[in-house]
Ligand binder design. Sequence first.
Ligand SMILES: [Zn+2]
Length: 419
Amino acid sequence: MKIIRGYKTELALNNAQITACTKHAGVARFAYNWGLRRRQEIYQQTGRSTNAMALHKELVRLKYTKFSWLTEVSKCAPEEALRDLDAAFDHFFERVQLKKAGIYTGKLGFPKYKSKKKGIGSFRLRGSIHIFLDAIQLPRLGRLRLKEQGYLPTAGGRVLYATVSEQAGRWFVAVQMEEETAEPALATGNPIGVDLGVSTLATCSDGRTLPNPKALQKHLTKLRRASRRLSRRKKGGKNRAKARKLLARQHYRISNIRRDALHKATSSLTYAQASETARARRAASVPPPKTKAERRQQQKQAKRLCRQATTENATVRPRVLVLEDLNVAGMKRNHKLARAISDVGMGEFRRQVRYKTVWNGETLLLADRWYPSTKRCSRCGHIKVEMPLSERVYVCEACGLVISRDLNAALNLVALVWC
Ligand SMILES: [Zn+2]
């Protein structure tokens, strides 16, 4: 099975490299904004839309006259930015079509200019990209050191492109790899119903609960303090820049906690969990590592191989995973709940489960939005007229079942597999 997998890791850049990367990101942003303006001008003059290829040709001509500083960076940076612009317009036109058809009701979202104030941003590079244990070599930028050695795979795939980005003062590289993996053996384990919630991230029909770290809620006080500090500092001042950095770091930390919890949760649902002994056995079968970086890479590979979907672990992987097709945007319209729901990251949970089930030979079933998973009794099928959010325990009037609200919902979801 051919899969495209992304690996993102932190870079250890020196000052010259930071300058070069900032320049690249600046050019990418410039090209995007320039392209957006040109597209609108061309449309007004000719009544027709243009595309990234035509715009890139125009930009290359200007490179030798008006924008000579474009020669300082890789040609990929503006080219890829113009492709991103094309994608933005494609998505916009798609939404226009869906709105005409009455399927979509949200905002149309015409592509916007990218502002420097929103951060340094990112840029994407193609071409000759080489990965080493402790570094990555990119066109024009040369060899950049990595903070974590042995994380990026040095073999077993084709590099499609690399994206370099900045967040909260740290630089990262994300590599998209096309990998050929063994076809996953079909899972045969018991189906699992998963109810997503706010108090616990997920409740499974087998009784497991996955914790919600409530990253935002726990850091709200700190976050408020940091944003207040920022708004009180003099505009354009050094202290304002410092306060901005502090706030960015806190946002970054919150997103890390959330992402970590989501990945752990979705992996525990879909992957076969390999024991320590199995991992050690796998590690012992390869030649001893010469360097620290090599050892780390071997450990990572052993972990990946142990978790592969094989016939031996088919019974511990659920053959079907049932999720509720939640209307996340609609739920966020409830102001009392909006923050708590955003803090969970339900949309991201579903995205992860979607690809992880495919990689593990499992089926994902989305229950209909109107399926009464919380109102239905999981034992006798009686359906309550009302089940307000405040009621945390389900009490059935028909058969007398008393059960936790979330577990009842998870059991109702898994019941969909049998009917
Ligand atoms: Zn009942």
